[in-house]
Design a protein. Sequence first.
Length: 106
Amino acid sequence: MGLAQNDGLIKSTLLAMALCHTVVPSYSADTEDGRPQYQGSSPDEVALVDGVAQIGFIVMRKRAETMTLKILGQMAEYEILSVLEFTSERKRMSVIIRCVVVQNKI
């Protein structure tokens, strides 16, 4: 399969990485490109969120019940329905979300 054939799968994977985390974006006056800096309890989580932001899946705002992303230039808002924190027993964390608003089809 070529890259074009996997386009939807790649976008879905990057979107999952941009949504499934507990990282919080923050803004400061010295942010040059308008992208937020990310803070979180796990450096791995911060690195993944920053990595997908560099590709164009940018977490712009995160509140207790919503998350706003700028996905390849288009704004999208997601409702956070539940967060299942990482545990050593499960060895994973999960976020259950619902897409509320998408500016244009991505």
